[in-house]
Ligand binder design. Structure first.
Ligand SMILES: Nc1ncnc2c1ncn2[C@@H]1O[C@H](COP(=O)(O)OP(=O)(O)OP(=O)(O)O)[C@@H](O)[C@H]1O
Ligand SMILES: [Mg+2]
Length: 259
């Protein structure tokens, strides 16, 4: 059965999409059948794996609003074990359209029911807000991965996010867990990066929730979306490729420990 992980942080630009795309690709090269679900109207995860948003006939919008089967939206990618459920710009209207829809928090969960069993992992890339799209992801997921950028104000908003996860857990998805906090864009040369790591570790002290893998700042990671390729296909020798492969390994091993 698929493990569904959503990648959430209401703060913008912290590395959600970079993590969704590259973790998904790394799991796929480990021959774990993976579905990348793009629920962000920006559609960066979609283009990040080489799918042209402008040429899509269908997108996740049609399953969320129109009840069309998710299976017909799924696209293959250059990696045999990686598929994507693409986003499109239509999705920006979905926040409003969903307000009056029936079962508005569980639309994604229901849409994924019929497809998820074909996968080992389903990763959901969320928009930078705690609106109804992110809520749908939290309702559909088994666990949450929170990327935290090693920058000023890294911890800002984390308490609110943890509170929201708690609310979702008590009201709509009581088995929801935190998969881990992932430090991103770490720069060994700056004191600030080291400071953020220790602050985040302090914040989550007892819970051992922080991933051992830390994602370094790596220019190749920021170049690869421009080529529509995950880092592993763009530059396998890069530090970014190594970091995301390590993260995939850590998640696979953690999953085994829990079974
Ligand atoms: N480890 C890294 N090293 C260098 N650049 C990175 C790294 N991670 C992400 N970036 C770059 O930082 C920017 C923001 O990353 P990304 O798009 O993954 O964040 P996001 O949280 O998905 O943003 P949004 O909130 O807008 O969806 C992008 O330009 C990305 O290429
Ligand atoms: Mg993003």
């Amino acid at each position: 059965m698929a493990k569904v992980i959503c990648i959430v942080n209401q703060k913008g630009g912290v590395g959600k999409t970079t993590t969704a795309v590259n973790l998904a690709a790394s799991l796929a090269v480990a021959e774990k059948k993976t579905l990348l679900v793009d629920i962000d109207p920006q559609g960066n995860a979609t283009s990040g794996v080489g799918v042209d948003k402008r040429e899509l006939e269908w997108s996740i919008y049609d399953t969320l609003i129109g009840d069309d089967a998710a299976a017909q939206m799924i696209k293959n990618t250059a990696l045999e074990y990686l598929d994507v459920l693409p986003s499109s710009a239509d999705l920006s209207g979905a926040e409003i359209e969903l307000v009056t829809a029936e079962h508005r928090d569980s639309r994604l969960k229901n849409a994924l029911k019929s497809v998820k069993d074909a996968y080992d992992y389903v990763l959901i890339d969320c928009p930078p807000s705690l609106g109804i799209l992110t809520l749908n992801a939290l309702a559909a997921a088994e666990s949450v991965l929170v990327p935290v950028q090693c920058e000023y104000y890294a911890l800002e908003g984390l308490s609110q996010l943890i509170h929201t996860i708690g609310l979702v857990k008590s009201r709509i998805n009581n088995s929801l867990k935190i998969e881990g906090i992932l430090l991103t864009m770490f720069d060994t040369r700056t004191n600030l990066s080291h400071q953020v790591v220790s602050e985040v570790e302090k914040f989550f002290k007892e819970k051992e929730l922080v991933f051992k893998t830390i994602i370094a700042r790596n220019i190749r990671l920021s170049e690869s979306p421009g080529y529509g390729k995950p880092i592993i296909l763009y530059d396998i020798t890069s530090r970014g490729a190594k970091d995301y492969l390590n993260l995939a390994k850590e998640i696979i091993v953690n999953g085994r420990k829990k079974n």
